[in-house]
Design a protein around this ligand. Sequence first.
Ligand code: ADP
Ligand code: ZN
Length: 520
Amino acid sequence: LLAGAVALMTTPHDILKQVFGFDHFRGVQEDVVMRVLGGQHTLAVMPTGAGKSLCYQLPAVAHEGTALVISPLIALMHDQIRSANAIGLRAASLTSADADRERTVERLKAGELDLLYAAPERATGDGFRRLISRTNVSLIAIDEAHCVSEWGHDFRPDYRQLKGLLDDNPDVPRLALTATADRRTRSDILTQLGIPDDGLIIAGFDRPNIRYNVRPRDGLPQQLKSLLAQQPGAGIVYAPSRDKAERIAEQMSGTGRPALPYHAGLDPQVRSRNQAAFVESEDMVMAATVAFGMGIDKPDVRFVAHAGIPKSIEAYYQETGRAGRDGDPAEAWLFWGAEDFARARQRVETEVEPDRRSGERERLNALAAFVEASGCRRAILLSHFGEDPPEACGNCDNCLDPPATIDATEVARKLLSAAFRTEMRFGVGHLADVLAGNDSEKVRSFGHDRLSVFGIANAEEIALVRSVARALIARDALRADAYGGLSFGPGAKPILKGERQITIAVPPPRKRTSRKRFDG
Ligand code: ADP
Ligand code: ZN
């Protein structure tokens, strides 16, 4: 692109129109672009498909110099570069897969690049930092910025090392971008990358045409069959394993509906044939592992069902987000079992590195609160992404058919008091023992039998304690640490002061084994 031509385009809107060919900014794009053009450090949290690339590509065009883009995946970089080049941007990457690295360095030195992409492991190296110190850098964009946080689901130590590069260039505006970041991860990104709190911009995550439904799993084949019977159109059923994907595909074919499996264990040719068939079809069911869906372009997927719990609320949002891209009504179904949580928790304790476990536990707690909620599902999803949604959406199972609930405010207050009196470090099991007046060894060894809260709850109330604890965690009145120890969150005070009611769904009758269901 000719620098002279850009200079003639006076406004960001002109550039949007003439370079990118778009008439309007979408959602928060304009806010992000304006902040970056104003030279301010920014973190943009935008869902997939919201148009994150434009947020750094447009400033890259508008400003003299080269925008540096840190991105973790070479394949992703090369895609981006192809589409940037296609609209006349001068973009290149420095990766092990680029044979023309020398030429790229020359272009960079000559000021002939609008965008330079690099992976964090290169960008943190001394050689690269020296190169950049001699370059006119207009912007540092950090894609997939959640990788910088140990709280994020995809921590990469190299992202931590970016600080050196950023410190070298304190006055260059930084733009961190991510599609998935809960509250904690977000504030970690801000701290790690030196972005001020007011630099956080969160896009609208709502997908109003998707109706969320969550059900306990109870005879899955039958549940799926009745779902298919009432649900026309193409859909995806996410299965927790390859075997289950195969089995579900078989069972669904038995109903007469075309159904195919998709998972990483299939021959690549079969996989791409199945995917192509799905994209073409108007009524096919794809029974797939989460390997399926990334990068497929099918706007008319009418439903996404989960045969077991997803990895996190973020993953759930991402996976269900593949339904209804055309804006027409679409359904999301989640069939979950307590054993899903048990298995996931076991995996965290045995397969996850110790210093990442507490983050994973929190992700599961948030997911548990979502599936168990008696209130609006959408409100939970959106507040997870930092939005402040209305209390009821009118388009989820709980809004359309509110479950029976009970007022558990009194139990909530007793539980909060017990947490407070025991110095906010014990889990729900111990707090229940104290409230019930169980004279156990542990209770006595801490002297908790002498507290005012000892034995203040009756059996009926004790039966609600665990549901109430989950509800309080969901409302951020209680926060669970890595060991399940409960302490107050900001939501505790209004409940203790009687300003806020706690309503929970009537818990199912307890089975003998149910006591350990959600223990962390
Ligand atoms: P993300 O990285 O957030 O998933 P992309 O940057 O890949 O999203 O953009 C998704 C799609 O939206 C692309 O096809 C892009 O061309 C398109 N797009 C981005 N911004 C706009 C806009 N303002 N108007 C119309 N289409 C846009
Ligand atoms: Zn709702």
